[in-house]
Design a protein around this ligand. Structure first.
Ligand code: 5GP
Ligand code: MG
Length: 172
């Protein structure tokens, strides 16, 4: 397994993103909405870098099933969603790949009538998008490699790694 982005590099990018978000959302009623399960580590670090009163909520999206790297049908579970009507929502996900997940999540969240929605992702595999949206904020652009760690999994393993690594076929 090869480290792509180290712990310190992640920490400093997440801290500066938190500062940027705090300055752009000040004087608003903000809910930071993390996408389960991949965003949990990023979410936990990001909210502690946003020096602004805000609420935290969760929504679940799943497309990868079991030991496969091929996306299956996307499922969104909004049963954990708090009341976001009239609030400013920052949707936080781990990675923007084709963008299909973020696009579907934005459509779902919009039905709950927030005042506005912005999106933030830790990683962005540029050039792979199949949708006409882009994340509003991102920490790193990465090449088209399958990565794990800092919340991202392969078959539900490796989420706990404090860094981002490219998965080697010998690791699976
Ligand atoms: P998209 O819908 O943008 O194509 O894919 C987004 C979702 O696919 C992410 O939330 C993540 O669950 C999964 N995904 C895409 N690329 C990777 C990757 O390199 N590593 C891991 N672990 N998940 C990925
Ligand atoms: Mg995900």
């Amino acid at each position: 397994m090869q480290t792509l982005i180290g712990e310190q590099e992640i920490r400093s990018a997440v801290t500066s993103l938190g500062k940027q978000i705090a300055s752009e959302f000040c004087n608003e009623s903000v809910t930071v909405l993390g996408v389960l399960t991949g965003s949990i580590v990023f979410l936990a670090d990001l909210i502690r870098s946003i020096d602004l009163p805000h609420r935290v909520g969760l929504i679940q999206a799943s497309s990868y099933r079991g030991a496969t790297r091929t996306p299956l049908k996307l499922r969104i579970n909004d049963s954990l969603l708090p009341d976001i009507r009239g609030r400013s929502v920052l949707l936080v996900d781990d990675i923007f790949d084709t963008g299909a997940t973020l696009s579907a999540l934005l459509a779902t969240v919009r039905t709950y009538e927030p005042r506005r929605i912005q999106s933030a992702v830790l990683l962005w595999k540029t050039g792979k998008s199949t949708v006409d949206i882009q994340p509003d904020y991102h920490c790193f652009q990465i090449p088209d490699r399958f990565v794990v760690g800092y919340g991202l999994d392969y078959n539900d393993d490796y989420r706990h790694l404090p860094f981002i690594a490219v998965l080697d076929h010998r690791d699976v």
